[in-house]
Design a binder for this molecule. Structure first.
Ligand code: FMN
Length: 228
């Protein structure tokens, strides 16, 4: 079983990376399998260039991104992954540009322009999203559900966990940032964030256990054949 974590946050030691790390640990605890943690900001790559090579009725090109750059090996690993964990902070009501560029390159070869938009990947990968943000509560729920629906259709069963009203600075007094209720944010960081990380751990563990059961034949795969 292969577990792949894709971190779409710039900072390796802040909220998103920490929470995604918990999800990764959870998945690894369930399987003791091969796992890899990739930081997108370490890679040199761009988003989809719309060349449509991945739609060509040519089996050497079909369903694979033709662009060769720092993302290429990661895309192959993502396609082969049994459990894929993707983490992103919310930047301007969206995932980060790096996460978005990864998704374009990963998802577009995974669908056709056929009438049924049939997926080309085996759609048996379990996907767990991790989102962190400043906003309160359920602010971006529709957005998260939209992303999860998309990856469920193209990649495989998907779910998400969140941490909101995250701590951005150690010392808020050094920044132009009077909009924050600092005591509340600090309290949440101490009391709530560990619980959010625990929820991420449990998600990773659950997804990996689910795949394990599928491999052992106790649940059905939703796999569909790759075809054009
Ligand atoms: C460029 C930028 C844009 C942001 N935009 C939003 C936003 O639209 N909504 C929100 O809730 N938080 C926003 N934030 C806050 C981050 O999503 C939040 O602090 C997140 O937890 C940061 O993740 P990190 O600690 O892993 O870096 C933004 C932060 C940055 C740096």
């Amino acid at each position: 079983m292969k577990v792949l974590a894709i971190c779409g946050a710039a900072n390796k030691n802040r909220n998103t990376a920490a929470m995604l790390g918990s999800a990764f640990d959870g998945a690894m605890s369930a399987v003791g399998a091969a796992g890899e943690f990739v930081y997108l900001y370490d890679l040199n790559y761009k988003g989809c260039i719309g060349c449509h090579s991945c739609k060509l009725l040519d089996e050497r090109k079909f369903a694979r991104c033709a662009v060769r750059d720092g993302l290429t090996p990661v895309l192959e690993k993502a396609i082969a992954a049994d459990v894929l964990l993707i983490g992103s902070p919310i930047y301007f009501s969206d995932i980060t540009g790096e996460t978005r560029s990864f998704l374009e390159r990963y998802l577009f070869p995974g669908i056709t322009y056929n009438k049924d938009h049939s997926p080309t990947y085996p759609t048996r990968t379990k996907v767990g999203w991790v989102f962190t943000m400043n906003a309160p509560g359920e602010f971006y729920k529709d957005f998260f559900n939209g992303l999860v629906t998309m990856t469920s259709r193209i990649i495989g069963d998907s779910e998400y966990v969140t941490a909101y009203q995250t701590q951005q600075f150690e010392d808020y007094s050094k920044y132009a940032a009077t909009m924050f209720d600092v005591p509340m944010v600090k309290k949440r960081h101490i009391e709530q964030f560990p619980k959010d990380c625990e929820a991420a751990f449990n998600m990773g563990k659950r997804l990996a256990e689910n795949v394990k059961q599928m491999i052992n034949g106790t649940t059905n795969s939703t796999g569909s054949a790759r075809s054009f």
